[in-house]
Design a protein around this ligand. Structure first.
Ligand code: HEC
Length: 200
């Protein structure tokens, strides 16, 4: 008799246990102590009845910009580049530190095509890996480029050259502009020294 009771109780327990195993993701069963299990806040990507558009995640107010980001209201055409040349002033002063940083960033991102001296003879081009001749950044024509035009070319790209806006911080682009000026001066001084030597 007693044996039967034990058997029935064990059977009932077993049924409960097996029922507990039947756990589908949509029907999790009973929770023990669910106090902090379910968030009362809306989850980021869930529907939210409190907003007109029904989204929990909010979009930035129109016209706001991220901290540290400078908007650039120019387009990639030549007219816009000339406009940038007329309107933009290099906000960075060419201190020794700035020139050093400009050199470092230039050597990392521009030398491959434009060459270490800016002559347009970088290894990518001279080695045949990049087919389009990069323009020289030194010499009479390049000297005529305004700071804003160079900045415009780095930021948006120029002709077949792509934009470097995502790789180089805004401030560092201006530092490169200073460094290019330094390369131009060095080039001019070297050229002067050569012609002086030739005339002797
Ligand atoms: C992958 C090769 C490549 C890299 C890297 C590159 N450039 Fe260029 N760049 C070119 C080519 C090619 C042109 C000429 C495009 C054309 O004429 O269509 C050019 C044009 C320019 C011009 C316009 C020159 C003019 O006479 O108007 C400037 C300024 C310039 N590059 C600066 C830079 C700077 C600064 C960097 C580094 C941040 C850089 N470029 C990186 C290939 C490159």
């Amino acid at each position: 008799m007693q044996g039967n009771i034990y058997k029935s109780v064990s059977l009932i327990l077993l049924v409960f246990l097996l029922y507990g195993c039947d756990r589908s993701r949509n029907k999790p069963g009973w929770d023990y102590f669910p106090d902090m299990f379910y968030s009362t806040a809306y989850e980021t990507y869930t529907v939210n009845p409190n907003f007109k558009d029904g989204m929990t995640m909010r979009v930035p107010v129109t016209g706001t910009i991220p901290r540290g980001f400078t908007p650039f209201h120019y387009t990639i055409d030549e007219d816009s580049r000339i406009k940038a040349g007329n309107e933009l002033i290099n906000p960075v002063s060419p201190t020794e530190e700035v020139l050093l940083k400009g050199k470092r960033v230039y050597n990392a991102f521009c030398t491959g095509c434009h060459g270490e001296t800016g002559a347009g003879d970088g290894l990518l081009y001279s080695g045949g890996l990049y087919p389009l001749p990069p323009r020289p950044l030194i010499g009479v024509d390049a000297e005529k480029l305004r700071d804003g035009e160079i900045y415009h070319s780095i930021t948006l790209g120029f002709g077949s050259m792509g934009s470097h806006a995502s790789q180089i911080r805004d401030e560092d682009r201006w530092k490169i502009v200073h460094y290019i000026r330094q390369l131009q001066t060095e080039h001019k001084n070297n050229a002067g020294a050569v012609s002086e030597a030739e005339s002797k």
